[in-house]
Design a protein around this ligand. Structure first.
Ligand SMILES: [Zn+2]
Length: 298
């Protein structure tokens, strides 16, 4: 990368690096103009891995536009907002792996069919069957290796948002070289590593819980309690390719559409227009009333 400058966003806290010719007047994450240029700090850890962009800019833009157009219930100001400033950003994240040693307790249900006799509405005795479940307690240990957990290291994009465009195809992992970032915006890891680790541990626990549940026998299960210890934790800095489209509309509202730069998967949590929803409900009620009226006349 040649002639890099770095700026921090006062609005969302991101730390973005751009080549001089890509410099923008607004934050690529939140479109806030409150960006301050700052000197590059030396000695910060360089990313170990990079996932490259596969989806071209035009396609990401087209996917984002299609996504907005299909959302009927978003505020009109948002649907009409200009969808132009989509930027490809190498978002800092951590690739996390650990060996998990878990113990669990659960109740396992086995279904069986029971035959019984009853009296029907005509007073006759009939034989019927019903499914019953017999519950028993089960406890055990479960050892597993969790890997490929990706969590945000960016203040600009929450982990929840990043999960929205996951998964990334980690088979395409490259060792980081600055050359790979040429022509793109990249962000420094702006969240503390310990905070990211907590996110990763929490995601790992969810994953272990899911795997234990899938591994349990029986027809049903309930009260699953899993306790896991994580060992051999590895947490490596990884840059992931994400197109970010911040849309400012109305009274300084910002929504953001993310497009996975590898798979073109789109994610956004768009606000709903209650005016539109109310109008639709009223129309449906009127149509139902007309329908009912016509039905009584025919
Ligand atoms: Zn920002």
């Amino acid at each position: 990368m040649s002639a890099i400058s770095e700026f921090s966003c006062e609005s969302c806290g991101s730390l973005v690096q751009v080549e001089a010719h890509l410099r923008t007047a607004a934050c690529p994450y939140c479109a806030s103009p409150a960006v301050i240029e700052r000197p590059l700090e030396a000695g910060r850890p360089a990313p170990l891995f990079v996932l490259g962009f596969v989806v071209p800019h035009e396609r990401a833009l087209a996917e984002a536009r299609r996504w907005i157009r299909r959302r009927w219930f978003v505020p009109e100001a948002l649907r009409k907002a200009k969808v132009e400033s989509i930027r490809g950003i190498y978002v800092p994240s951590y690739l996390f792996s650990a060996a998990a040693d878990a113990s669990y307790t659960a109740q396992i249900g086995e279904n069986y069919t029971e035959t019984y006799t009853t009296t029907n509405s005509k007073g006759q005795t009939v034989t019927r069957t019903r499914t019953r479940t017999e519950w028993r307690s089960l406890s055990g240990r479960y050892a597993a290796y969790v890997s490929d957990i990706v969590v945000t290291a960016s203040r600009g994009i929450s982990n929840h948002e990043l999960e929205g465009v996951e998964p990334f195809d980690l088979r395409a992992l490259h060792r980081y070289t600055p050359r790979l970032l040429s022509g793109w915006i990249a962000e420094e890891a702006s969240l503390p590593a310990e905070q990211c680790r907590e996110l990763a541990v929490s995601e790992s626990m969810t994953e272990i819980q899911r795997r234990v549940a899938a591994h349990l026998p029986g027809d049903k299960q309930r009260n699953l309690q899993v306790q896991a210890h994580l060992n051999d934790i590895e947490q490596e800095l990884l840059l992931v390719p994400v197109y970010v489209l911040p849309v400012r509309y109305g009274d300084d509202e910002v929504v953001r559409i993310l497009v996975n730069g590898q798979t073109a998967k789109v994610h956004s949590k768009l606000p709903r227009s209650w005016t539109k929803i109310t109008v639709i409900i009223i129309l449906v009620v009127i149509l139902a009333a007309i329908g009912g009226y016509l039905a009584t006349r025919s």
